[in-house]
Ligand binder design. Structure first.
Ligand SMILES: Nc1ncnc2c1ncn2[C@@H]1O[C@H](COP(=O)(O)OP(=O)(O)OP(=O)(O)O)[C@@H](O)[C@H]1O
Length: 385
């Protein structure tokens, strides 16, 4: 297997975030933030004596603390920080950013990292056929019971039970109101008509909430509101053609698969994290094994007519860390004295694992068996070269 030297770069300033104590501290902070948000009002009052208010509950609240939004583990090599800095730079220039790239290249991780780096709350939304305007903006959800107290004179008062429709803001409204960073993943999967509301948000700084009655139908966009869109480059062209007017108001940053060294770092960080969580031990897949998996993934990416993203390498490496005693795999791998997986001359185990990982992409068609069989032989062929 040819090593990819063309894109090999010296990696400086590597940093892997992912220490368990820091995670626990962040969880505790998130819990605190949640309990605070339970008493936060939406700012709607009845205007009558005694007053009423609508309380948002923590389940309604899509706001994520920036520390919790930061992906973990997150590797920061020069290649990663270069793209992330482009994104944060455009956000600082008040430009909506659209990350376009192939599946599994790291768009979501970059979007979340860039959003978290702003230090403002983050709101996540996922594009889908079912997403319409109300899924973005909000809707009335059931009745809300509340009491009004009218004090006429001392000792004479009236209590009235009132049930009214309760308006619940959805991700776009919450982000716009709070000045959060909205990460709208795979936005091109949604019907373009749902995005009409985004035009006035981005152009005029006003969000219309079409279904809402009375005052508050439109809200001013908070000056710190920002949005990061992501889309798969194939789907971007093929699923729903979004309005030119919307595309015209965002900048596009292309995200491609990283260089080999960065992909190794990413795989290593995920394998270590998985090991830490399940056994408390450190990395048990050797650097050589990770290098082999990443090289194989990169070669298959070039050779196969299916998408072979960084996620493939991560999953294969995690598989290798548990399947070392698989029948037929013994010739392929062994363990060093330190317990690390080492590859032998035979790549059978690696081919089996990669076939399992990539199988779902070829299965399900009428030629399922042929697909899987030919996938296995193509993988073996690539590994032999
Ligand atoms: N810098 C990074 N550090 C650690 N892991 C990363 C990094 N970048 C990407 N990954 C990991 O690589 C995998 C693919 O990344 P991600 O999900 O962000 O890609 P994507 O382009 O959004 O994929 P999709 O198009 O399928 O949604 C994930 O497991 C992610 O955690």
């Amino acid at each position: 297997m040819a090593e990819d030297t063309s894109r090999k770069r010296k990696v400086r300033g590597r940093k892997i975030r992912g220490d368990r104590e820091a995670k626990q501290r962040r969880k505790a902070r998130k819990k605190l933030a949640r309990s605070a948000s339970e008493t936060k009002t939406e700012g709607e009052t009845s205007g009558k004596s005694g007053g009423t208010h609508t309380q948002r509950t923590s389940e309604d609240d899509p706001l994520i603390d920036p520390a919790d939004a930061a992906p973990e583990p997150f590797v920061e090599t020069d290649a990663v920080t270069a793209v992330r800095d482009r994104i944060t730079g455009w956000l600082a220039a008040d430009q909506p950013v659209h990350l376009i790239g192939p599946t599994g290249a790291g768009k979501t991780a970059l979007a979340l990292s860039a959003a978290a780096a702003r230090g403002r709350q983050v709101v996540l939304s996922n594009g889908d056929e079912a997403v319409d305007t109300s899924a973005l903006v909000g809707d009335y959800s059931g009745g809300e019971r509340y009491e009004e107290h009218d004090q006429y004179v001392s000792g004479v008062s009236k209590k009235t039970q009132i049930v009214r429709d309760r308006w619940v803001d959805n991700p776009l409204s919450v982000a716009v109101r709070e000045g959060a960073t909205l990460v709208y993943n795979e936005f091109s999967r949604s019907d373009p008509a749902a995005h009409n509301v985004l035009l006035s948000v981005l152009e005029e700084g006003v969000l219309e909430r079409p279904g809402k009655h009375g005052a508050g139908r439109s809200i001013d966009v908070h000056p710190e509101f920002r949005v990061i869109f992501t889309s798969n480059d194939v789907e971007y062209a093929g699923v729903h053609q979004q309005q030119d007017a919307l595309l015209d108001r965002m900048v596009g940053v292309h995200v491609d698969y990283y260089d080999a060294e960065t992909e190794r770092e990413i795989v290593r960080s995920h394998v270590s994290e998985a090991q830490d969580e399940s056994t408390g031990d450190g990395q048990t897949v050797s650097d050589e094994a990770i290098e082999t998996v990443v090289d194989a993934t990169r070669t298959l990416r070039e050779e196969l007519p299916i998408v072979v993203g960084t996620r493939t390498a991560i999953t294969a490496a995690k598989g290798l860390s548990v399947f070392d005693d698989w029948d037929g795999g013994e010739a392929a791998v062994g363990r060093t004295d330190g317990g690390q997986i080492q590859f032998g001359d035979d790549d059978d185990l690696l081919a089996d694992v990669l076939t399992d990982v990539l199988g779902p992409k070829v299965a399900g068609s009428e030629t399922e068996v042929d697909g899987m069989t030919s996938l296995r032989s193509q993988i073996s062929e690539v590994l032999r070269d």
